[in-house]
Ligand binder design. Structure first.
Ligand code: NAD
Ligand code: 4PL
Length: 244
């Protein structure tokens, strides 16, 4: 178990990729705060894990993010790991993207990345140790259609990850990004993205659908002590779709 005794926050972990990451970090011995807009879902997921707690958090709200970090410290005494996974995954044609729709995505995916990284890393600096993984997407390599605002937000996540790695290396904190490809989750299965699985699979090196559990092990490595010399990087986890 490579995360014994570590304390982690995983945002957007009531379902999908975030939930699979929370499960994996717990299996590696971490205590996990599952933070989600869906409080019931976060609490239900936490109840299945040996050392976990579910909290309501809105990553686009500054006070809510501060309270989320404080909840981890109050419950488990410290904070070692942040997995910034919560995001909105839209399907919006270019002609439908007005400024309000652009801001809706940026508020959660990019502002939420700033807020969670800001307050979690301020806490990690006190102990001089930290691991941050931001969930990007392979759409920033592929330029996938019907997602222009989302693609921009995830490109921002990648650039910010590199810059924050520079700022925080001296404090013992690494900052990396994981970029999944199209993955079966409650979110994608309930959206028009569900219709893209066969086409995306035809582009992958490995011909099957991506699952949330395929993403989590790469995240678990990057948040482990053993990944100490990896920072400012992005690992694409997409069955070879983009071969980045
Ligand atoms: P999902 O829609 O299935 O689940 C997202 C979770 O985040 C939900 O539980 C939702 O309640 C929560 N959430 C949404 N807004 C929030 C907010 N403001 N504050 C707190 N929680 C919030 O999503 P998913 O498919 O599991 O995707 C998870 C991550 O992986 C996202 O960052 C997404 O961009 C990324 N990603 C997904 C895919 C894919 O194909 N599923 C591919 C590449 C990247
Ligand atoms: C390849 O991150 O990576 C659709 C929707 N297709 O959100 C994504 C691909 C989507 C993706 C994504």
């Amino acid at each position: 178990m490579k995360l014994e005794g570590r304390v982690a926050i995983v945002t957007g972990s009531a379902q999908g990729i975030g939930r699979a990451i929370a499960d994996k970090l717990a299996a590696e011995g971490a205590s996990v705060v599952l933070a989600d807009l869906n409080e019931e879902g976060a609490k239900a997921a936490a109840a299945t894990l040996p050392s976990a707690t579910g909290v309501r958090a809105d990553v686009s709200d500054e006070a809510s993010v501060k309270a989320m970090v404080q909840a981890a410290v109050d419950t488990y005494g410290t904070l070692d790991i942040l997995v910034n996974n919560a995001a909105i995954v839209p399907f919006t044609t270019w002609d439908e993207i007005d400024y309000a729709e652009w801001r809706r995505i940026m508020a959660v995916n990019l502002d939420g990345t700033f807020l969670t990284n800001r307050y979690a890393s301020d806490e990690m600096r006190k102990a001089g140790y930290g691991r941050i993984v931001n969930i990007a997407s392979n759409v920033i390599v592929a330029g996938t259609p019907n997602l222009a605002h989302y693609v921009a937000s995830k490109g921002g996540v990648f650039g910010f990850t590199r810059a924050l790695a520079t700022e925080l290396g001296k404090y013992g904190i690494t900052v990396n990004a994981v970029a999944p490809g199209l993955t079966e989750t409650e979110g994608t299965l309930a959206s028009p993205h569900a219709g893209a699985f066969d086409f995306v699979q035809s582009l992958q090196a490995i011909p099957r659908r991506g699952l949330a559990a395929d993403i989590a092990p790469t995240v678990a490595f990057l948040v482990s002590e053993e990944a100490r010399w990896v920072t400012g990087s992005m690992v694409v986890v997409d069955g070879g779709h983009t071969r980045h």
